[in-house]
Ligand binder design. Sequence first.
Ligand SMILES: [Zn+2]
Length: 115
Amino acid sequence: MTPSDDPFRELTWIDLTFWTDKQTVAEGRAFFQKKKIRQLAMTRTGGILAWVDAEELFATRVEYSDGDLIAECTCQPVEAICLHAIAVVIEYIAHLKKQIAVPAALPNDARFFLL
Ligand SMILES: [Zn+2]
């Protein structure tokens, strides 16, 4: 997959709001601006793994396929998609736009075991 046909690239604020709600998107955006997303990595299925340096260190994984956003986070969110997942998506799109390469996750990445 090349960056230009990465499905995350096409996501809009409206999409993110559709999967969550306005408040979660606003909180995720504010969190992204604090620059607390660490070590983005790609899963084999084109998803994103990240560490999120919040009140504690959370592992977050976001997959996007067939028009559906699927997120997991060790913050154990009440809602399906937490603000950390939104912040990770925004961070990833920022990487795409700046053409910063995101490495592939290693199979033994600790985040796979936490999630
Ligand atoms: Zn979370």
